[in-house]
Ligand binder design. Structure first.
Ligand code: GRF
Length: 217
């Protein structure tokens, strides 16, 4: 197998998507290796989980930095110290500046709990329920300076039940995230998905011609 892509994961709290990526990366044929789990919050539960599994972890406390730029300088140093080639944001709740994002252009991916471009920002499940959509889901995309934008690598859909609350819908979407993110990181790290300009090219056409329906009710 060719060299694994050195991947850093950035989190801010629970880190369940980080766990899904770490577990996927244990497979011998997985094309990414996790070289760092970083958090802007020292008390992030996910950091303790990663630490307990012997992963390299680092807290870069944003409250101890005078500015966003100073925080990002520390972050960049941490990424360079482990020779990170790819960054996977997984519930990382800090807005990154345009210069930092550009530095990692097409080398930084994010998971968002909606079918983008619908429902950017926070409270995505509330937004989805308020809009009355029958299908919700999650998206993995390359990061661009505008929040929750960027070329879409992969999406997963789940049905919306008429009795859903933000919590029940969120749990269903989160289950899909844990499957989608490892699959999307595999696509990127293997080179099967690459980004030219703002368009994604897949090595193989993985899309089926079958339509998807929301048929729960
Ligand atoms: C996930 O829903 C992710 O899509 C969003 O923040 C949440 C993080 O959850 N960006 P976790 O920390 O991965 O458990």
């Amino acid at each position: 197998m060719t060299k694994k892509i050195r991947t850093a994961i950035l989190i801010s709290s629970r880190g369940s998507n980080m766990q899904a990526l770490v577990e996927a990366a244990q497979a011998a044929d997985y094309p990414a290796e996790i070289v760092l789990v970083g958090s802007n919050r020292p008390d992030a539960e996910g950091l303790a989980w990663a630490d307990a599994r012997g992963l390299r972890t680092l807290a870069i406390d944003h409250t101890r930095h005078a500015s966003r730029e100073a925080f990002e300088t520390s972050l960049q140093e941490a990424l360079e110290a482990v020779d990170a080639e790819l960054v996977a944001l997984a519930g990382f709740m800090r807005i990154l500046t345009a210069p930092f994002v550009e530095k990692w252009r097409n080398r930084m991916i994010n998971i968002h709990p909606s079918l983008l471009p619908s429902f950017r920002g926070l409270h995505t499940h509330e937004q989805a329920l308020a809009a009355g959509v029958r299908i919700a889901g999650c998206t993995v995309h390359f990061v661009r300076p505008d929040m929750d934008t960027g070329p879409i690598i992969a999406q997963a859909a789940v049905p919306v039940d008429s009795c859903d609350t933000p919590a029940t819908l969120g749990a269903r979407v989160l289950g899909a995230e844990h499957v989608l993110y490892p699959a999307a990181l595999r696509l990127v790290a293997s080179g099967d998905a690459r980004c030219e300009g703002d368009k994604i090219f897949m090595k193989q056409n993985v899309n089926s011609s079958l339509p998807l329906y929301s048929v729960t009710d």
